[in-house]
Design a protein around this ligand. Structure first.
Ligand SMILES: [Zn+2]
Length: 473
């Protein structure tokens, strides 16, 4: 079956074994993601690690489950309003929500930046060239000019690295979880290769080595599918709501200080809230860093602060109830302001602005926090030193590799997971040379670690810990 012949409800491999329990194709996609090792790993990957071990915070696994809940709620809401575009697929949205963070490396955004910096030159780190130019001339300074990106890594996991029992182990082109094109399209938030969309050059949806599968999924269109828009909005909602909840609990975001006070009666009899000093200061920060917030959105944002907890979090029943109340209010606000235009999902402008502003609370109080900067310097070092430790050997093994020949001694001495990823990269099609395949596999290996695994691997390599279980995955 050629790429052109694969329809949206078909799998990349063209295979579709019958299901004895009557599940739909996209429902099986959902279940494959849910049961995958890559999904389980997210339980040991943080959003922003600020170091508050006594508090149970969201990790990327619980975050993904909540994104799925929000995604389904959006679908149900639009359906109940009679707004659902024909053919929209609820299971594809669910699948995309579960899968959207699979490619996130250890240590969140800092980890992502470090892995990207390791393989790109100073020039191309922030200024990518389109694929056409990369094909014509290769940059000698970049190890991988298509870099590292969490979304591209998610696509690679879904289509090449993760395993399902439904494809042959010796397939020449690996298929990953062999999802339907519909679900893969739903999981694609940035439907272009690196440098192919000048307006959004800092994000991309796949690496050059995965371009063939990516082409089958996007068919050259840079437009998001309805399902992908739903996933994207669900992610923004869950992120804003659950992260401010977490950081209120740890004491980093003092939501109680934002709560509007003093109900003033306007001339027309409507209530008006009086903002607190902290709110005004914060709004100034948002407008400075993100641009102006409309008057309507400011009023809506101020109204949401009335739903914030009134006191600092100490773990009392009242504290938990206050958080649950705020969470319910915000989820309803955002989901209830979703609509459809043509066949595209439309976020109400005010809801979108309020969402963006709430997310800025995390930057204001957490990400710009000096202690986090120190933690991240250490985390970057962990990833960098693991990469450099394995770089030369992996490169040499890739150069010596012969299809069908028994693995060399050096290959056998690499960590099992790295051997696996290297074999996949070497057998895959695409335009990469041997060295590029080696670096891609090394990034697959490191980005596929949980955070404890990354710390432990680093400690063992540095001789700080004797019990190396490098082969534990
Ligand atoms: Zn370069």
């Amino acid at each position: 079956m050629t790429a052109q012949e694969i329809g949206a409800d078909e799998r990349l491999s063209g295979r579709d074994a019958t299901d004895r329990t009557g599940r739909l194709a996209t429902q099986r996609d959902h279940d494959r993601v849910l049961y995958s090792e890559s999904f389980r790993r997210l339980g040991a990957v943080t959003q922003v690690a600020i170091g508050a071990p006594e508090t149970l915070l969201h990790n990327r696994l619980t975050h993904s489950l909540k994104v799925e809940q929000v995604g389904r709620s959006i679908f149900r809401f639009l359906e109940s309003e009679g707004l659902m575009p024909a053919g929209a697929d609820e299971w594809a949205i669910s699948t995309a929500c579960l899968a959207h963070d699979l490619g996130h490396p250890p240590f969140g955004h800092a980890g992502e930046e470090e892995l990207h910096a390791l393989v790109t030159c100073d020039k191309h780190r922030a200024n990518p060239r389109p694929l056409e130019d990369r094909k014509k001339t290769r940059c000698r300074e970049c190890d991988l000019e298509d870099g590292f990106e969490g979304n591209a890594q998610s696509f690679r996991i879904l289509t090449a690295l993760a395993e399902t029992g439904h494809t042959e182990a010796d397939d020449d082109l690996p298929r990953g979880l062999d999802l339907t094109v519909l679900s893969l399209r739903a999981a694609t938030k940035y439907p272009w290769l690196r440098g192919d969309n000048p307006e959004k050059s800092e994000k991309w949806g796949a690496y050059d080595i995965d371009a063939e599968a990516f082409g089958v999924v996007t068919r050259g269109s840079q437009k998001l599918s309805f399902e992908a828009e739903s996933m994207d909005w669900a992610d923004d909602i869950a992120y804003a709501v659950h992260d401010i909840e977490d950081f209120h609990r740890t004491g980093h975001i003092p939501l109680d200080q934002y709560m509007a006070t003093g109900l003033i009666e306007k001339e027309n009899g409507e209530p008006e809230f009086e903002p607190r000093e902290a709110f005004i200061e914060f709004l100034r920060y948002v407008e400075h860093h993100r641009g102006p917030v409309s008057e309507e959105a400011q009023a809506e944002l101020l109204a949401t602060t009335v739903q914030f907890p009134a006191t600092r979090f100490t773990g009392t029943t009242r504290d938990f109830k206050a958080l649950a109340n705020m969470r319910g209010y915000l989820l309803e606000l955002f989901i209830g302001r979703t609509t459809v235009e043509g066949d595209a999902l439309k976020r109400d402008d005010i809801a979108n602005e309020v969402n963006k502003a709430l997310k800025q609370l995390i930057w204001y109080h957490v990400i710009d926090e000096p202690r986090l900067t120190n933690i991240q310097t250490g985390q970057r070092r962990v990833l960098r030193e693991i990469f450099n430790e394995f770089k030369e050997t992996t490169e040499q093994v890739a150069l010596d590799w012969k299809r069908g020949a028994p693995p060399s001694r050096d290959m056998r001495r690499l960590p099992y997971a790295l051997q696996k990823y290297l074999t996949i990269a070497l057998r895959q099609g695409g335009t990469y040379d041997r060295k590029q395949r080696a670096y891609r596999a090394l990034l697959d290996f490191i980005s596929g670690m949980s955070e404890p695994e990354a710390y432990r691997t680093h400690a063992v390599l540095k001789g700080l810990e004797p019990d190396g279980r490098l082969d534990s995955k």
